[in-house]
Design a binder for this molecule. Structure first.
Ligand code: BEZ
Length: 346
């Protein structure tokens, strides 16, 4: 009798070990939020209900790109892939979202390359000032070897870098001082996205950079905690910064990519056909975003001027010594940053 009891205990422990190794309710359930486990029984193609999170409001280009991605997934998979989108930091900060993606509770994120530069140095390359003459040239860089190698640097964090999606280039908004060059920036408290290369750029211009995430910026400028901000025209409109700043210097000093990320384990275990659908759908969304955004530059400037801002251009030559300083500082820190600068700096 004792022997039988011992045997059944041993069998139960073995069963427990096996269940744990498979992730309890099914590894697929825990790492891809809703890949149905019965796929292997019926040999039907898997279905997926994905979640995607990002920080911008629903009228920002990245949200429109997320909607496009969702449509493309549904169309290319004959309805097997559905997606819920969580905009406006509904799921927390970018740090929270990346944590949720690595944990598998969220499948995709559109995360600023600026934030990613604080997790993986190579993303700093995208902030080489004036590396591209316009948005189209930056978009063409997406498919280069160096851009792909930069994406791959997140793999050891459990992330699959899928692509880049651009919003408009960066501009400088100020509450009540017109900026024509670095001489106007001395001592200005300037908001930057928390990211080392952005902080350095503004320090080199003589400003005092203040790291603030997007949701905190409006109140900070309104109450005088900051004098100005690094921003793009898109987010200026969608977040109504024209209500709290008078001047918009269209410097176009840096590009502004989001990095489309996915949980790497979920991606790796997908059938090749489904991986291809994800890659093609995100590529279509990225192209849609950049094509739409490129045609909006003049309209956005006019919208802001109509709302009372002084919108004006600043020639890149006024920043020549700071551009050189950036390349000399960051190029030697990482071979991918050096390769990026050598490839695109003309
Ligand atoms: C920003 O932090 O400035 C930002 C983030 C996402 C989209 C646009 C701007």
């Amino acid at each position: 009798m004792k022997k039988i009891k011992k045997l059944s205990l041993a069998l139960m422990s073995a069963a427990l070990v096996l269940t744990t190794a498979c992730g309890g309710g099914g590894t697929q359930e825990s790492t891809t939020t809703a890949q149905k486990p019965e796929e292997s029984k019926t040999e039907a193609k898997p279905t997926y209900s994905f979640k995607l999170a990002h920080i911008t409001p629903p009228d920002h280009m990245w949200h429109l790109a997320a909607e496009k991605f969702k449509e493309e997934l549904a169309a290319r998979s004959d309805g097997r892939m559905t997606m819920e989108i969580y905009p406006s930091s509904q799921l927390g900060s970018e740090a929270d979202m990346v944590q949720q993606i690595t944990a598998g509770s969220v499948d995709f994120g559109f995360i600023t390359a600026a934030y990613m530069s604080s997790r993986a140095d190579a993303f700093t390359a995208w902030f080489a000032p004036y590396a591209f003459k316009d948005l189209e040239s930056a978009n063409a860089a997406r498919s280069t070897d160096v851009a792909k190698k930069i994406l791959a640097t997140v793999e050891d964090q459990g992330l699959q870098g899928l692509d880049y999606l651009f919003a408009g280039n960066r501009v400088m908004l100020t509450k009540d001082r017109e900026i024509k060059g670095p001489e106007d920036m001395k001592g200005l408290k300037f908001r930057v996205t928390p990211s080392p290369p952005l902080q350095d750029w503004y320090k080199s211009l003589g400003a005092s950079p203040e790291s603030l995430a997007l949701p905190e910026v409006y109140a900070a400028v309104q109450t005088g905690v900051i004098d100005g901000m690094d921003m793009d025209l898109d987010a200026t409109i969608t977040n109504k910064y024209h209500e709290v700043t008078k001047y918009g210097a269209v410097t176009n000093h840096m590009v502004w990519p989001a990095v489309a990320l996915m949980n790497k384990a979920s991606f790796d275990k997908m059938p090749d056909e489904d991986k291809k659908i994800i890659e093609e759908a995100i590529n279509a969304a990225a192209e849609y975003a950049v094509t739409t955004r490129s045609g909006q530059e003049e309209e956005f400037k006019k919208t802001l001027a109509d709302k009372g801002m002084k919108i004006y251009e600043v020639d890149p030559s006024v920043f020549a010594s700071q551009i050189k300083q950036f390349d000399e500082k960051y190029g030697p820190t990482n071979p991918l940053i050096q390769e990026f600068i050598s490839t695109f700096r003309k």
